[in-house]
Design a binder for this molecule. Structure first.
Ligand code: ADP
Length: 558
């Protein structure tokens, strides 16, 4: 810009200078012309006066002392006298403009260029009283000549002018550009140096405001996106078309063991997991890839999908889903199936064995009742097992088909006690029920199953002469149910595990007394569906207490 202004100023200065020179030369020329004409007129008048007085002798006696050419012309145009040439050789002057004018009006003047155009001649003619015409002429330099004459002066002036205008232009262009260079673009409206650029600054200010708003909106969106992805337990990574990390949520950073501030880094450098790297490389070529990979804390399904725009891969989205639980669930299901088969096999084998013996007639008549009894007991065990399995599988499905209603825990405890009364009597265990009504919103079948299993266990794993106490208490927002026994208790190391399916502290003892190993699993699952909390405290040899807190009002959790 400085150069442009500089060049413009120089050009303008030169044009103005040249124009001024031409104008001045023209004006000078015209001025000299007028002066010269005046001089010619004065001299013509003077010589005419003398010539009129002295006649033709004037030229012989005292020829006029003048630098002008003097010509005396007869009224017929013939030259009577010429100060420069021989009269006789001169042509007739009647056609000359100034002579014609003088003959007609008494005075005439004209100006003509010489053949070379470098000189111009001024002519002034005056008619004398005798009819003859006196003409004076003098040479005058043409404008061109004049210009040539002062060319040296012009060159000097031009050179000076160029130097001066270069200096001024340099100074001026810097002075013009300086405030522009020093514009405060962060606050365009604060610049008041040039009124002319105010519209530009106003537009700049409006644009900056728009950018600020867009920036704020973008920031807001980014924060929202980050807030959402931060809360995700799944890993999420966004990559650019060249594999640079555009966004990575904390879960992904943790799982891939990369620092969360690795934005802008190359994923292939930041990530150390070769399986994930392979998936991403494949996605960058435009093909979706997924595989189960083992990361930081378990098995994850890694899915790398290319993001395409106009046919080209513009980025990759990498998602990491935790499939550990799914795997564990599958494992549990497998174990459960194996356990179920095993649990069913034992009584079936026993039944089949006894039945075979009876069929072959190898059992004496007096033992038949014992064998039949054994078969009956095993069949009962099978029935209990199948019932418990069915109950658990319904609970696994969330007990969605079961109805919620108001259930009085005290009443439910009474019926649970009634159903274990005979076995309690058999085991010489006393049953007690304490407390008062406590109505909760629950699924009656689940409450019954929980109470029955806890009371049944309290009787089964008791000692002869022991006791079982059920306490029901209304705690306001909760209802408390406690089933305590004075039985054999559960060793510390088993207390956590007794709620697992088919887990028993003493397998053979449990089977002997008709246990399925599923009772406490049903209790745990049932309490969970009812939104309650379960706590087991036990001391081996002293007894066990299971405490369940039910919420009075339900927010259904199934
Ligand atoms: P089971 O059908 O064998 O009773 P449960 O799931 O009800 O199965 O119980 C799991 C195991 O926990 C039982 O085998 C038993 O060893 C132990 N157990 C449960 N309740 C009690 C209790 N009240 N006292 C002592 N041990 C208990």
């Amino acid at each position: 810009m400085t150069k442009r202004i500089f060049r413009t100023i120089i050009a303008v200065a030169l044009v103005v200078l040249l124009a001024s020179l031409v104008l001045i030369a023209g004006a000078l020329y015209s001025y000299f012309n007028t002066i010269q004409f005046h001089r010619l007129q004065e001299e013509t008048a003077l010589i005419a006066q003398n010539l009129t007085r002295e006649g033709s002798d004037y030229f012989q006696n005292s020829p006029p002392s003048t630098t002008c050419r003097v010509t005396w012309i007869a009224s017929d145009g013939s030259v009577l006298y010429d100060s420069l040439s021989d009269n006789a050789a001169m042509e007739n002057h009647l056609s000359r403009e100034e002579v014609i004018q003088a003959l007609q009006t008494g005075y005439g003047e004209s100006a003509r260029y010489s053949d070379t155009l470098l000189e111009r001649y001024l002519y002034v003619a005056q008619r004398l009283p005798d009819g003859t015409v006196l003409r004076l002429s003098s040479a005058q330099s043409s404008v061109l000549n004049l210009m040539l004459g002062i060319s040296r002066f012009i060159c000097v002036v031009l050179a000076l002018a160029i130097v001066l205008s270069m200096f001024l232009a340099n100074h001026l262009s810097r002075a013009i550009v300086k405030p522009i260079n020093e514009l405060n673009l962060d606050d365009p409206l604060s610049n008041r140096d040039y009124e002319e650029i105010q519209p530009l600054l106003r537009r700049l200010d409006a644009q900056q405001n728009r950018l600020r708003i867009q920036d704020m909106e973008l920031g807001q969106k980014r924060r929202e996106f980050e807030a959402v992805t931060r809360a995700l337990s799944e890993g999420l990574v966004l990559l650019g078309s060249t594999g640079t990390i555009l966004s990575i949520n904390p879960a992904a950073a943790r799982l891939l063991s990369v620092t969360p501030n690795c934005l802008g880094a190359d994923f292939s450098v930041a990530n150390q997991n070769p399986d994930v790297a392979t998936l991403v490389e494949q996605a960058l070529t435009g093909t979706k890839a997924e595989a189960t990979v083992i990361l930081e804390d378990g098995a994850y399904l890694a899915a790398a999908s290319p993001v395409k725009s106009q046919g080209a891969v513009s980025g990759v989205v990498l998602l990491l889903f935790d499939v550990t639980q799914k795997r564990q669930a599958e494992q549990l299901r497998r174990e459960f199936t194996a356990n179920v088969s095993h649990e069913l096999k034992t009584p079936l084998h026993v039944i089949s064995g006894y039945a075979e013996l009876m069929k072959s007639g190898m059992v004496p008549q007096q033992d038949m009742a014992v064998f039949s009894d054994k078969i009956y007991n095993q069949a009962q065990q099978l029935i209990r097992l199948v019932e418990d399995i069915l109950r658990l599988s319904r609970l696994d499905e969330g007990a969605a088909d079961m109805q919620w209603t108001a259930v009085d825990l005290y009443e439910a405890a009474q019926s649970a006690m009634a159903s274990v009364a005979s076995s309690a009597e058999l085991n010489r265990v006393r049953l007690h029920l304490e407390g008062d009504r406590a109505v909760v919103s629950a699924i009656p079948q689940l409450v019954s199953a929980v109470l029955f299993n806890l009371t049944d266990n309290a009787v089964k794993y008791n000692k002869p002469g022991g006791s079982v106490t059920i306490r029901v208490k209304d705690l306001g927002s909760q209802a408390l149910l406690m089933v305590s026994d004075t039985g054999i208790g559960i060793p510390k190391e088993h207390q956590e595990r007794v709620f697992e399916r088919f887990y028993r502290v003493d397998k053979s003892h449990s089977r002997e007394i008709g246990g399925t190993g599923l009772g406490l699993s049903i209790v745990k699952h049932g309490v969970m569906i009812l939104g309650g909390q379960l706590r087991l405290t036990s001391a081996p040899g002293k007894g066990t207490t299971v405490e369940v807190r039910f919420p009075k009002e339900q927010t259904q959790t199934q």
